[in-house]
Design a binder for this molecule. Structure first.
Ligand SMILES: [Zn+2]
Length: 375
């Protein structure tokens, strides 16, 4: 078994100290692979004076060249040539018109399986009871390779899916929303003997619930119904509501309690299955490590300080995404501070910088940080 598979198959999902050794070995092997196979990555590593043998402890992981996700939006770089069979090519949703292309190799898909099953089991997502599914996201289409579409479709399989209703349908080259149809189907599902699973963007859930409230619709979905939220608020960021308001509306309109609402975090460039704990915090799973970096100097910051979120994982070999800097701002806190019992540190995302260039990104980050005083 290779070092990557040992990390993904053999690690307790939230015991970071126990997986540190496996993680560092897998990361060193992963970097060595990219340096051998990807000339662009080799050039970056050379310029930064990085070589995989510098990775001895988890603290050394910050030395891996952190590549901005913006780089992958401008350059298609791969560590496996086109003639090699890759499992799939996935893109970010590209709301700004630019999107990353990330190839997934078969070893990556094999490593994702135990990660998803362990975390799905741990967070009570897996059920043998069939469910009606409402996807408040894109209906899969051959023109759509976005990671979020793949994730939402994948999430429908945590219980046997009976039927799927989608909020966004591909018509004449674009996606069009149809919330009224979703609401009609949801009313039908409420009277079915099976639970319902609503999977989707939180913004669409919010708009859908507001629409139902306007129409005076109150449902009581079957016991065991769950709500799975992925993909963030996207272009509706400005309208983000406080989570407690959303949860209260879910309880009123759908009859689903807060402990049956699950949230996920991930990125196409870092497809690690981050699950929110019962207290709605994202604890870092054993398959990922997170470094928070200063927005000006990119130096790693101590726990509690806010900065740019740098995500590290040796999951993918086909694309050199071992260490990526997102345009999200966030901070880390010790796991014990949460109080839910999961020991690994938590990652809190403050917001997306959302500007088109990493230099203006740094300035925007500073501005946003000004709002987050006291962190
Ligand atoms: Zn927690």
């Amino acid at each position: 078994m290779g070092s990557r598979q040992r990390l993904f198959w053999c690690s307790d999902p939230y015991d970071l100290p126990a997986s540190d050794g496996r993680f560092v070995r897998a990361a060193a092997d992963n970097c060595a692979f990219h340096i051998r196979r990807c000339p662009e990555y080799a050039a970056i590593a050379r310029r930064l004076g990085f070589s995989p043998d510098q990775l001895k402890t988890v603290e050394d992981l910050a030395k891996i060249p952190p590549i901005p996700t913006l780089f992958f939006k401008r350059h298609a770089v791969f560590s496996m040539p086109d003639r090699w069979p890759v499992a799939m090519r996935v893109t970010s949703s590209g709301t700004s018109g630019k999107f990353s292309q990330i190839n997934f190799d078969w070893g990556c898909v094999l490593a994702e399986v135990p990660m998803i099953l362990r975390l799905g089991w741990r967070h009570r997502l897996i059920s043998p009871v069939p469910a009606n599914c409402v996807v408040l996201g894109y209906k899969p289409d051959k023109h759509n390779r976005t990671g979020v579409t793949r994730t939402m479709f994948g999430l429908t399989f945590f219980s046997p899916p009976l039927r799927r209703t989608y909020a966004l349908h591909y018509k004449n080259g674009t996606y069009v929303p149809d919330l009224d149809r979703v609401i009609r189907d949801l009313e039908g599902y409420a009277s079915s003997p099976f639970p319902t699973r609503i999977i989707g963007f939180p913004s669409y859930l919010w708009f859908g619930l507001k629409r139902m409230e306007e129409l005076g619709i109150r449902l009581k979905l079957r016991p065991g119904s769950r709500i799975l939220l992925a993909g963030g608020w996207k272009q509706h960021y400005a309208q983000e509501v406080e989570k407690p308001r959303l949860y209260a509306l879910v309880r009123t309109v759908l009859g689903v309690e807060e402990d049956h609402i699950h949230e996920f975090f991930g990125a196409v460039e870092h497809p690690i299955f981050f699950n929110a704990c019962p207290r709605h915090r994202f604890h870092i799973p054993a398959y990922s490590r997170v470094v928070i970096r200063d927005v000006e100097t990119l130096e790693p910051l101590p726990m509690g300080k806010a900065g740019l979120v740098n995500l590290i994982s040796p999951l993918i070999k086909a694309t050199p995404v071992t260490s990526v800097i997102t345009d999200d701002l966030g901070y880390l806190e010790p796991g014990e501070a949460c109080g839910c019992g999961i020991p690994s540190p938590t990652l809190t995302i403050l917001g997306r910088v959302g500007l088109s260039d990493i230099t203006t990104c740094a300035a925007g980050a500073a501005q946003l940080l000004g709002k987050g005083e006291g962190l």
